[in-house]
Design a protein around this ligand. Structure first.
Ligand code: PLP
Length: 453
């Protein structure tokens, strides 16, 4: 299809009939957006032929970029062999079985079982079903309250949106009343006048306070991302996770690590839980498990939970038509094969990420940059109008939106969250490509400073 010739028509159809996620429908119907038609390596091309370096790995999922032929081949072969069959009612399929084993292998000794879903949102719903069944079976149904964090993103189903802590989503959601939110470990936003480690301990201890407030016998679990991604790549102070782990251990609270963004190499190790020494009882994954090539998510379930569910559970009344879909799990298997047989994660951690973080850190000298924070292969650049007072650059995040749009037009796909510019480039980037990313961002910052500074 000649995309460029067809572009005007596609734009019109898109604006007329397609409701986009996290989009102002009216604004989109009036102004439209960018239609992507092709991708290669770390570059995406829109239907006008505009080439962009994808500084976001799609939506934090294409960690290996867009030219992984072995994943395409695996999915194609699987579609020819067995395009679909379900895993209900004592049925299974080969790629789902093999991916379950591969996931157990890469999560080391921590997990022996996986439950597949199609997305991270459904995986977090599954977490709630598993947790509630786990306590019910032990005769403790009142242990049902879940603690999460403000500004967290855990997905968009009702349960996942309730777990999330984004005020805009809560305003539009009749959320679950047994989910509670404590402060996020966002030092720059919440506690910049405190010593970072003291701040980390203080916000971690809000978990203990919340447990006391609700009653330990009523609290089931705490859920968090190792590094809060969509909230703004919020890097916790070093003191934070050990204290959270201590509290969960001592207070008989299950710990759920949402690794939907952090998993599969983003933080420098396979999982953010390894990077931060977290020992989760349940672990949510999605996105990069298939390199974004197929929709797939799931939950890694520890023996602590399966010991109860397997031995005393009877039927677990939960499942999705496409749980363990053969084509999606074939994509997952091919993705894990690349990750296990290459040195992509180690190379990104040892060679690319230090360069990425160092080059971005230089931007802290820029007049409108208040903080650069990051870990491994993701980072945030916080925009301010005054470095000392940390006043935000412009009302309603307008400065950051301007900066993002400028970067997009220059050929860099980055994301804006609040007043921060967010980046999560593919792990396969080399240092020259990282330089190109930082240079385009830097030009966008200059233009933004001129406009808003
Ligand atoms: N959890 C986290 C940490 C996420 O970042 C996301 C999506 O961005 C989700 C869950 C939801 O995943 P999905 O969009 O696949 O439902």
């Amino acid at each position: 299809m000649n995309m460029q010739a067809n572009n005007g028509n596609l734009q019109r159809l898109d604006q007329s009939h397609h409701l986009h996620p996290f989009t102002d429908f009216r604004d989109y119907a009036q102004h439209g957006g960018r239609i992507f038609s092709r991708a290669e390596h770390i570059y995406i091309y829109d239907s006008n032929g505009h080439k962009m370096l994808d500084g976001m790995s799609g939506l934090w999922c294409c960690n290996l970029g867009y030219s992984q032929q072995s994943i395409v081949d695996a999915v194609t072969e699987q579609m020819q062999q067995l395009p679909y069959y379900n895993n209900f009612f004592q049925c299974s399929n080969q790629p789902a079985i093999e991916l379950a084993k591969a996931l157990v292998d890469v999560t080391e000794d921590r997990f022996n079982h996986v439950f597949f879903t199609n997305s991270g949102s459904e995986a977090n719903d599954t977490n709630l079903r598993l947790v509630s069944r786990y306590y019910q079976l032990q005769g403790r149904p009142e242990k049902k309250h879940i603690i999460s964090r403000k500004n967290a993103y855990h997905g968009s189903t009702i349960a996942a949106a309730s777990l999330g802590g984004m005020s805009g989503m809560h305003e539009q959601t009749n959320g679950l009343d047994y989910i509670h939110h404590i402060e996020q470990p966002h030092w720059f936003e919440v506690g910049p006048d405190e010593d970072p480690d003291a701040f980390g301990l203080r916000v971690a201890r809000q978990l203990e306070d919340k447990i006391d407030e609700l009653g330990e016998s009523n609290v089931a679990a705490f859920i968090a991302e190792p590094v809060q991604g969509a909230g703004g790549v919020i890097i916790p102070p070093d003191s934070y996770w050990p204290e959270v782990q201590r509290i969960c251990d001592e207070r008989d609270i299950l710990l759920i690590a949402d690794e939907v963004i952090c998993g599969f190499g983003r933080t420098g190790q396979w999982f953010g839980s390894q990077t931060y020494g977290i020992k989760p009882d349940l672990m949510t994954f999605a996105k990069a498990v298939t390199n974004g090539y197929q929709p797939l998510g799931g939950v890694m379930v520890s023996d602590k939970i399966t010991d109860v569910l397997l031995n005393h559970g009877g039927e677990f009344s939960h499942g999705l038509t496409y749980s363990g879909h053969p084509a999606a799990t074939a994509a997952g298997l091919a993705t894990l094969k690349i990750l296990r047989e290459s040195n992509i994660i180690a190379n990104a951690a040892d060679n690319v990420a230090p360069h990425f973080q160092a080059r971005l850190k230089e931007l802290e000298a820029h007049p409108i940059v208040g903080q650069v924070r990051g870990r491994g292969m993701f980072a945030a650049v916080e925009l301010v109008s005054d470095k000392t007072s940390r006043e935000k650059l412009a009302p309603e995040s307008a400065g950051a939106v301007f900066c993002r749009n400028t970067a997009n037009n220059l050929g860099l796909m980055v994301r804006q969250t609040g007043n921060a510019m967010i980046m999560a480039p593919p792990l396969i980037c080399n240092t020259g490509e990282i330089d190109a990313l930082v240079d385009m961002l830097s030009q966008a910052l200059d233009a933004t400073a001129k406009h808003y500074g």
